[in-house]
Ligand binder design. Sequence first.
Ligand code: UD1
Ligand code: MG
Length: 448
Amino acid sequence: MPERIAIVLAAGEGTRMASNTPKVLHRIGGRTLLAHVLGSVRGAGIGRTAVVLGPGRDDVAVEVRRAAPDAEVFVQHERRGTAHAVLAARPAIERGGDVLVVYGDTPLLRSETLRGLVEAVEDSAVAVLGFRPADPTGYGRLIVQGGALVAIREERDASSEEKKIDLCNAGAMALSGKHALALLDRVQDDNAKREFYLTDVVALARADKLKSVVREATEEEVMGVNDKPQLAAAEATLQHRLREQAMKAGATLVAPETVHFAADTKLARDVVVEPYVVFGPGVVVEEGAVIRSFSHLEGAHVGAGASVGPYARLRPGTKLGPKARIGNFVETKAAEIGAGAKANHLTYLGDTTVGPNANIGAGTITCNYDGVDKYRTEIGEGAFIGSNSALVAPVKIGDGAYVASGSVITGNVPPNALGVGRARQVNKEGWANDFRAHKGKQGTGGHD
Ligand code: UD1
Ligand code: MG
């Protein structure tokens, strides 16, 4: 049997997003709407994917290649309706295999739902995903007679009786590979919008005595994104799902509604996340680690039993070893922090390797950038960096070495040595009294 194909429609661009970014490139959970849909399709076990774009949408094509490198891209040169858009992928349909059509702006569709829909065309010609919205206005109505789906009527073409139907077309549809092209090719544009409606295949199938069925989903799952408030609503639903998923996998979220996830955030068992934490894309947190309040993590791997925050910022390329500690007002970027190493306060570690059990004092800064290039700082195992030190990269601090507080370190410090890079302190006896006498007045805190 030929492989199934999913056709993702992303050619019709509304203007309601009020944005210079194409709708399907807007993000929820740090991932584009299109990537969410491509992910759901992949999860449904559909072998091939085609994406239909509007003309000149190179930016969307780039995102397709990134999110689904195997997907084929087709262009719908004129916006003439959903059936017309599906037929832009004709070469892909011609290879046979059941067809699943989904819209690129419905990011919350679950893979299981899509799988159920394509499986339904094993013994019917068409399967339509239906839902019962709180307000059906604007949706195509599913006309069911004697238990059979006989037609879909678009809002503009519906009679006042038909408008009362609350079962609506969610937008996802499966077509049996045996009948798909024959049905699609017969769709006409004889309707109020003068568009080729995909939804007409139901009545066409009926005329051929072929069966169409409905699978129902929740309104929440099928919601489409057309404007910024809907984008925010989709984000809220996704966040709710991600929180539930994290907690079911064994993470403790002290105040779940205050934690913001990326779609790919991975928290292991017994991770504790305190209130008000933001996870950007690419974060993995291993067992038993604690992420304390007001921390922001992105592209970071947090080792087992490590502790982050409060008020920490982990930027991409951060790798914390087991039991490492990153405390308040510490920023890390492209930094590998060894097991048990600590940077507890007010520090920037960029392009840095820190050995196991090293201690980075408060106010340590790796000076990694000269305005043009970036350089690495290497800090050895068990090294101790005194507070308020500037480590001017490229530079190496050897295993077990000390750096004196307040140093500006521009040269390597050998293992087990002390690096001092500051002016020596000088005390001038009686200087303050001389000073005050010279000024002709006595300071309040002074001694005679
Ligand atoms: C469509 C359905 C309607 C359903 C509703 C659910 C049809 C005829 N109607 O209506 O029954 O209730 O979705 O949201 O299918 N597109 C293209 N090229 C086109 C036209 C559309 O790629 O020429 C894409 C759009 O990018 C979008 C999708 O198809 O992803 C749906 O198009 P849209 O214009 O939003 O259809 P609706 O009128 O909402
Ligand atoms: Mg729509």
